[in-house]
Design a protein around this ligand. Structure first.
Ligand code: 5AD
Ligand code: SF4
Length: 365
């Protein structure tokens, strides 16, 4: 196989995806990323959209083996953000002309939490006559809960499948009946049935993950008709079972990290080439592994940035992985810093627009 001929193909098959994902030579990577950026320009434009990311609570009933805010991590001080503070931040996002705000938290399924989120959503929708888009990212819920939150004003939902391979998923989660791939997949189906624009994604560079798994992840996005994709490298958190194992096995060397970053940028590029009109985030985890990780992703086809609007006093306690950047920055700094990043790759910011994935509407036609 030769990269130029694969990039010229009208339709890529699974072998092509695997081939492209595995490229490492600098000249081949240049070609791959340039091709993906051209597809981005043609299908979604060289405009990047902002989603203010508000991590409003780190309480979580789950125990994912990779995540720093897993239930059993006693080093973390748990926090909740008051409703008034969430609303103030949402208003700030609106005034800054961020098209939408993303409310993210750990997973809870108790009635108090469900009611709280519902009330917050209703009030956010009253800001500026419903002009601010709202995305939720609050884990697995019943279809009834998803419906309630949809009725209250959320119109997008992010739930990463983490890996489309159920066997790999098993190795990353406790086998206690609460961390089931099939349940997670059913949640994605429910969200789509309700009418949400659904986002999903995976972690990249996980121990035991193959290029074929990653190609299957991209095919999974297609099969599920996913509108938004958020994915990034797996990054070690020191106080997690997986993080400890990876360090013990010597798999967190600088070289290994750079490999995970490259693989992540390749995933962005190949996903853009294959799916064309979806929204793809340049995630913070990319920047954790390299100061210009997010720029690399934008250049390889990503078109969404998520500036942090989490209250500064809580940022330290929302660390899913080590060395998360931007912990010291206020929301002003995040805004200006990301705008500079967008300009540096030759894109512009889609201020004040929802920036819906064209895919969501194209597939309804
Ligand atoms: N490295 C990278 N991503 C992580 N996430 C959680 N822990 C880590 C980690 N150690 C991601 C998961 C989750 C999202 C909120 O954060 O994909 O779905
Ligand atoms: Fe909780 Fe999400 Fe972390 Fe899993 S990845 S422990 S569900 S916050």
């Amino acid at each position: 196989m030769n990269i130029s001929s694969v990039l010229q193909k009208e339709k890529l098959n699974k072998d092509d995806l695997i081939f492209l994902l595995g490229r490492i030579a600098p000249d081949e990577l240049d070609q791959l990323y340039a091709a993906a950026y051209a597809v981005k320009k043609e299908w979604v434009g060289n405009v990047d959209y902002y989603r203010g990311l508000l991590e409003f609570s780190n309480r979580c009933i789950k125990n994912c083996c990779y995540c720093g805010i897993r239930r059993d991590n006693g080093e973390v001080e748990r926090f909740d953000t008051a409703k008034e503070d969430i609303l103030a931040m949402a208003r700030w996002c609106y005034e800054q002309q961020y098209g939408s705000v993303t409310l993210q938290s750990g997973e809870r399924q108790d009635a108090a939490f469900i009611d709280f989120v519902e009330a917050v959503l209703r009030e956010i929708k009253q800001i500026a006559g419903g002009a601010l888009g709202v995305t939720l990212c609050a884990g697995e819920q019943t279809k009834e809960t998803y419906q309630r939150w949809y009725n209250a004003g959320a119109h997008r939902y992010l739930l990463r499948i983490e890996s489309s391979n159920p066997d790999l998923y098993k190795t990353l989660h406790p086998q206690d009946g609460y961390h089931r791939w099939d349940v997670r997949k059913a949640c994605l189906d429910s969200l789509a049935e309700i009418g949400y624009q659904v986002g999903t994604g995976v972690m990249i560079g996980l121990p035991g993950q193959t290029l074929e798994d990653l190609a299957d992840d991209i095919l999974f996005y297609k099969q599920q008709n996913i509108a938004m994709i958020g994915m990034g490298p797996y990054v070690v958190h020191h106080n997690t079972p997986l993080g400890k194992q990876v360090c013990e096995d010597g798999l967190d060397s600088p070289e290994a990290r750079m490999e995970r970053l490259r693989l992540s940028v390749n995933m962005v590029a190949v996903t853009r080439l294959f799916l064309k009109d979806v929204n793809i985030a340049a995630t913070t985890a990319m920047q954790t592994l390299h100061p210009f990780g997010r720029e690399m992703a934008l250049k390889a086809g990503a078109n969404i940035l998520m500036p942090l609007v989490t209250l500064p006093q809580f940022r330290n306690q929302y660390q899913l992985y080590d060395n998360k950047p931007c912990l010291e920055d206020g929301q002003e700094q995040c805004r200006n810093c990301l705008s500079a990043r967008v300009a540096s790759v030759g894109d512009r910011v889609g201020w004040g627009q929802w920036g819906d994935s064209p895919h969501f509407f194209n597939h309804l036609k």
